[in-house]
Design a protein around this ligand. Structure first.
Ligand code: PNS
Length: 163
């Protein structure tokens, strides 16, 4: 059984993430999409909201499950006997940091990293940009799964109502 993990903050999941998850799911028998919790960084969405949005966004992929973890990614991999991390690369600028993390994760626990170049149509997407555009009233309907779009609209309406 070939297993891999696709980790990230997913605050929130974008069409870029979904592209990488789709392609990784085609390469492995089982893929875990793991929301890694950064205790020092408050996100727009709670971890359970991020997980719900991910589940809705990848509901058609039968070999994908969604989980969350607070701690080192390699500890999650070791505990779940997952030998491979899959990461998307949008641009050369992603590569330097991703390479460093990949080398560190291999040194720490012999966990390999597979890089998947994102499709060019989604190479410009990031969760931060999507949040900023949505909160200032821009249209992100083409950039994120439907469920995420709806939640972003709800957030914007809520923010607008606050005194
Ligand atoms: O979506 P992101 O924010 O680019 O994901 C980065 C993430 C969460 C995958 C990375 O920060 C991570 O692996 N965090 C877990 C803590 C950890 O293992 N740190 C050491 C990395 S070498």
């Amino acid at each position: 059984m070939r297993r891999a993990v696709c980790p990230g903050s997913f605050d929130p999941v974008t069409n870029g993430h979904v592209d990488v998850i789709n392609r990784a799911a085609g390469l492995y028998d089982e893929l875990v999409v793991a929301v890694l919790v950064n205790p020092g960084k408050a996100g727009l969405f709670s971890v359970s909201e991020r997980m719900d949005l991910l589940r809705e966004s990848v509901a058609d992929l039968t070999n994908v499950t969604v989980d969350s973890f607070e701690g080192l990614l390699v500890d999650y991999c070791t505990a779940h006997e997952i030998p491979v991390i899959v990461k998307g690369l949008r641009a050369v600028s992603d590569f330097e940091y991703e390479l460093q993390m990949a080398q560190m994760n291999r040194e720490l626990a012999n966990v390999e990293t597979l890089f998947v170049p994102t499709a060019p149509q989604v190479g410009h997407l990031s969760s931060s940009l999507v949040k900023q555009i949505a909160l200032f009233g821009g249209d992100v309907s083409r950039l994120v799964p439907k469920a995420v779009h709806e939640r972003l609209l709800a957030h914007r309406d809520q923010a607008g109502k606050q005194p």
